[in-house]
Design a protein around this ligand. Structure first.
Ligand code: GLA
Length: 586
């Protein structure tokens, strides 16, 4: 049986397989959902490297280092899908300039799928769909660049794009891929950014899908390094493995090859037949899965939870604020997926808020840490340069909240600690505040930039420890949360926000809650009085394991039942944890 790889938008699982809910793109042809693994071909056997922290070598045209802040710009897919053409692209490019959003940083204009034809020309080159792009892609890139913007393009690591256009990858059955020829062509067109999707990757018999993907993305990365133009490389590979053990392996290697990668399923697209349909659940879903993955991120290497649909139909103004604030807390790429010319003045003000964008673009490039999670609120912290912190509080419930955040909730223990804070939406300053106070509307997010005074001391590494529930089908995502929380004295439970779900990670690897330490006791793990023994120390790995220092076995959190400590497996969901990140230097 050939291995089956599903398109983005599907949870793979230790549970029911949901239907592919991605809207069908019928142009230029229907997409098959199975990656064919056919007859003989070139067998390139690639082993997944043993997981370890990877030094990320610089990459880029002609060997130049390419370290970029999270990219900002626009991409047609979420609003137009295959209805894209040159007119749409140029209208949005001009609107970015006219609204002032380009001047705020949204400078990249990316043409997504369906720009190319199904077949290459006789020389093997890609051809634009002439009906949609009559002047061709080189001319379009020139027009975009003349507006002072950058130009990005979509291709696919498989033999066909998700929309059925010609892909860059190995043909079905084996043969030569087109990565180098396509990279040269893109460079000659003046392309600055390549989004390389992962539909229809040929998987030779006997090769695992993850290995076939790695071979393809590595080849594409090398091809880009061979052309004279620096081209930012976005990889969609991880999204094709979301919910499976290989997800973490793939997230571990994409960092070697590109500047950013799509971590999971697509953000909900605009449907002209049902424009008012709420897309909030999709924003929450993408935020939830991406927030789990901060350990993979570093400056110039970004987790991408997909496009900003705020301002487009389907999100309220509060939800638009939330999406921008949360994406900025995660240092996510900010790629608008809307019809820019139709953004309201209020949406433009939100999406162009300089102070929030500065949180996203902060040079430390850190992912937020989840301090508290309950069905109604998430509290997040993100260190910024110059000793400041961004703090955000999301109201994910259905009632307005009054919040009061004391410094202890942020991890500041010093007596008499006071905070200088600015509310980044209103610009209101609070000097020497004992607590951050706000009203937060339904689905809104308040975001502050905070400077703790000297009495606060450095913040402790505190927060919740979560594991995902990969069995959740997409159609359940409104009802259930993506994660569950490690709960004292020793189980995994729904996240409620209580003190039993607040953990402190110490430098020696101890995990403390309520002053006690989580220890391996036989094959179980429980909270006990701290004794400084090795059984209380845990090594946190890049894949997300908590490995006991004494026994080298993994903390295991079954969905129901007490914690166990078991032999480390191949990334079962029960052994993969998201742990508060250190707030100091990485
Ligand atoms: C995948 C990607 C989307 C978009 C479409 C195009 O689903 O995740 O962002 O590029 O393909 O077909």
């Amino acid at each position: 049986m050939p291995p089956v790889v599903r398109g983005i938008g599907m949870a793979q699982a230790d549970g029911p397989t949901p239907p592919n809910t991605k809207p069908p793109c019928r142009e230029p042809s229907d997409r098959p959902i199975v990656v064919a693994a056919l007859t003989a071909g070139i067998l390139v056997l690639t082993t997944i490297l043993a997981p370890r922290a990877l030094a990320t070598p610089p990459r880029g045209g002609a060997g130049a280092a390419l370290t970029v802040p999270p990219p900002m710009g626009w991409n047609d897919w979420a609003h137009y899908q295959c209805r894209v053409d040159a007119r749409v692209v140029l209208a949005n490019a001009r609107a970015l300039v006219k609204t002032g959003l380009a001047a705020r940083g949204y400078k990249l204009v990316v043409v997504d799928d369906c720009w190319m034809r199904k077949h290459r020309n006789r020389e093997g080159d890609l051809r634009a769909n002439r009906r949609k792009f009559p002047a061709g892609m080189r001319a379009l890139a020139r027009s975009v660049r003349r507006l002072g913007l950058k130009f990005g393009i979509y291709e696919d690591a498989g033999y066909a794009t998700c929309g059925g256009g010609a892909g860059s990858g190995t043909p079905p059955g084996g043969g030569r891929a087109h990565f180098l020829a396509d990279a040269r062509l893109f460079a000659s067109w003046g392309v600055d950014y390549l989004k390389l999707d992962g539909c229809h990757v040929f998987v030779p018999p006997g090769v695992s899908p993850a290995a076939a993907y790695r071979t393809a993305y590595r080849a594409a990365s090398r091809a880009l390094a061979h052309v004279a133009r620096p081209i930012i490389f976005e990889e969609s590979a991880p999204a094709y493995f979301q919910g499976s053990p290989e997800w973490y392996d793939v997230l571990n290697w994409v960092r070697r090859y590109g500047e950013l990668w799509r971590t999971g399923s697509d953000i909900a697209t605009y449907d002209p037949r049902d424009p008012r349909r709420s897309r909030w659940a999709s924003v929450m879903w993408n935020y939830d899965y991406n927030l789990e993955l901060g350990r993979f991120q570093a400056p110039g290497r970004w987790d991408d939870p997909d496009m900003i649909i705020g301002g487009d139909p389907g999100l309220t103004r509060a939800e638009t604020r939330s999406q921008l604030a949360l994406w900025s807390m995660m240092s996510a790429p900010l790629i608008l997926g809307s019809d820019v010319a139709r953004l309201s003045a209020a949406s433009i003000r939100i999406l162009g808020n300089r102070a929030v964008l500065a949180v996203d673009q902060d040079p430390l490039g850190r992912m937020a840490t989840l301090l508290e999670r309950s069905p109604s609120e998430d509290l997040l912290i993100k260190p910024l340069v110059n000793g400041r912190y961004a703090i955000a509080l999301l109201n994910r419930g259905s009632r307005p909240l009054r919040v009061r955040v004391h410094p202890e909730r942020l991890g500041f223990g010093g007596a008499g600690c006071r905070l200088d804070a600015v509310d980044l939406w209103t610009g209101v300053r609070h000097r020497a505040a004992r607590a951050l106070v706000a009203r937060v509307g339904v689905h809104d997010t308040v975001i502050w930039s905070v400077r703790p005074d000297r009495r606060c001391g450095p913040p402790a590494r505190v927060g919740v420890i979560t594991r995902i529930r990969p069995h959740l089908a997409r159609n359940q995502r409104t009802a259930e949360m993506y994660t569950r929380c490690l709960t004292a004295p020793g189980r995994v439970a729904n996240c409620t926000g209580g003190a039993s779900q607040s953990w402190r990670v110490l430098a020696d690897g101890a995990l403390r809650s309520g002053g006690k330490c989580l220890a391996e006791i036989g094959a179980a793990a429980r909270l006990q009085a701290c004794t400084a023994s090795l059984f209380e120390r845990w090594r946190y790995t890049i894949l997300g394991r908590l490995v006991n220092r004494a026994t080298r076995r993994c903390l295991t959190g079954p969905v129901n039942g007490p914690l166990a400590v078991e032999r480390c497996g191949h990334n079962p969901a029960s052994q993969i944890w998201s742990v508060p990140l250190p707030l100091g230097a990485p």
